[in-house]
Write a protein that binds this ligand. Sequence first.
Ligand code: 4AD
Ligand code: MG
Length: 466
Amino acid sequence: MTGRLLIKKVFETEPVGQTVTVKGWIRSIRNSKKFSFMVLNDGSYQDSLQIVIDADLENYEEVASLLTGSSVSVTGKVVESGGKGQSVEMQAESIHIYGKTDESYPLQKKGSSLEFLREKAHLRARTNLFGAVFRIRHELAQATHKFFSDRGFYYLNSPIITAVDGEGAGEMFKVTTLDLENLPKDDKGNVDYSKDYFGKDVSLCVTGQLEGECHALGLGSVYTFGPTFRSENSNTKRHLSEFWMIEPEVAFADLDEVADLAADYIKFLVAWALEKCEKELNFIWGIPFSDVDKSHRSVLENVRDSEFLKITYTEAVEILSKTNVKFEYPTEWGKELQTEHEKYLTEEHFKKPVIVTDYPADCKAFYMKQNEDGKTVRAMDVLVPGIGEIIGGSQREEDLDKLIKKMDEDGMEKEGYWWYLELRKFGTAPHSGFGLGFERAIMYITGMPNIRDVIAFPRTPKSCDF
Ligand code: 4AD
Ligand code: MG
């Protein structure tokens, strides 16, 4: 038997006249008296390979009885295709059956709903749609490493278990080996974490930023790309309890520099997807439940080719208070922008991505650099149509006294942050960074309407299967 050839390679190299072996899962099989027609996909390519099986094949009867979802190895001759849309097909010479299915195989019908497929997340990688989504996700991850590495950033694997709340928002999942039925208590009646595995109260990270800052102030420019956990009770199409974030951090950079970096990074991702994932994107843009259609290509081309707009929070609030649109939450200077406001700005007003800077200090995390006005901080959010916030970032407060004052005002327990504060004590320097929500970027580029469908096994409130 010849070695296995990926179906992607069959289409790319079109080895007409050669006998090769492909292995995959049957997408469909149609039988007639004289031959069968099998459509095979191995996950390597958007298109499936069509295979013609003559009735004189040794195990023809068994092959003809196979159902959608069965796994096979097919050795056969590659021939030019008579059918339209396909350059080549295969004439089977021998077929080995690895695994059969039965009528209960859930992916029988075309056009199953996204909700249904989500319940079958262990099998959905075998659909054309999720094959496309996860190949795109892979490409965008590769693009991320390429983008940052080419610009001299070092990849930092920041820890997942942490003793500090990096956002100060209290949305953390605890990590413990204590017996929850029988918790050790101290004399005040509080849980005695000194008896816990790490001897203290620890959680899953909500960000890798604080450790990113440590390494940026040594290596210069770093980026993290890892899982991030938030116990916020947001059951929306844009929130996950476990998501992936890319967090670059740059020493000696101010907010404007990382805002430009953010725009370049998004453009790079868009350009990469357009170039490498044409078939996948066209497939997604052609299905009825996608949020976008094929015109999304020109939208993305425009993002790739044009400057990002920059406005301040104060300007954004002015725009919002001048419109006649009725919002559920009225806009008022000092309040965090709601999704409806973000969507209005990008979808209705500017009709493209926009970077909003200099938010009120009270809306944002403790570590952001305080502006001279005493009211705002050097923060930015990058907003895009269809999603709203895709990136959050800031220049960091590098002044030790100001940072301590802010943490005290916020009522934070400073003890665990001693090392973070020492960055400001020893050789402090201006530095800035941001975090891009990887799944939100995938949603934006693909137009997939629900964040649960761009991550392999979504975790959301009350849902943690697989
Ligand atoms: O705005 P956030 O909370 O910023 C930070 O975590 C900073 N430490 C980043 C930094 O400056 N290094 O989150 C950044 C991005 C958001 O813009 C959003 O795209 C994504 O992370 N995000 C989520 N994505 C999915 N589900 C959630 N629950 C998310 N929360 C934030
Ligand atoms: Mg944010």
